[in-house]
Design a protein around this ligand. Structure first.
Ligand SMILES: [Zn+2]
Length: 116
């Protein structure tokens, strides 16, 4: 799902994606200036290697994801309460957003049930 940021208005644009065992659903909504709010919920399971015993296990995921997307470079990010992700071509690929959120979780330290 590819979204053109300048087409997003105050009327929330719903989206719903699935990747393996992860569901990603939420909406995009115009905030102000170049900013679009992404407000989503990610739930399901991610296949991950345990950081202790290296066994593959299913990590349960249940997370709220909230950040701003900027249509172009955003210079005033320090004054915002949310993180800003800049889009340089004015588009956002929701599959890519989801893939990078999954990567972020995979990079965190997690151990399987046996190692807890
Ligand atoms: Zn383990």
């Amino acid at each position: 799902m590819n979204v053109t940021l300048r087409k997003i208005t105050k009327i929330p644009l719903d989206f719903k994606l699935k990747f393996d065992e992860i569901n990603f659903k939420g909406f995009l909504e115009y905030h102000s200036g170049k900013l679009i709010l992404l407000n989503a919920y990610m739930s399901g399971f991610i296949e991950k290697q345990c950081d202790v015993c290296a066994e593959e296990f299913k990590l349960p995921v249940d997370e709220e994801i909230k950040f701003f997307l900027s249509d172009g470079i955003y210079e005033d990010a320090d004054n915002l309460e949310l993180e800003v992700v800049e889009s340089l071509d004015g588009n956002v690929d929701m599959e890519e957003v989801l893939a990078s959120e999954i990567e972020l979780i995979k990079c965190d330290y997690h151990s399987c049930e046996n190692c807890k």
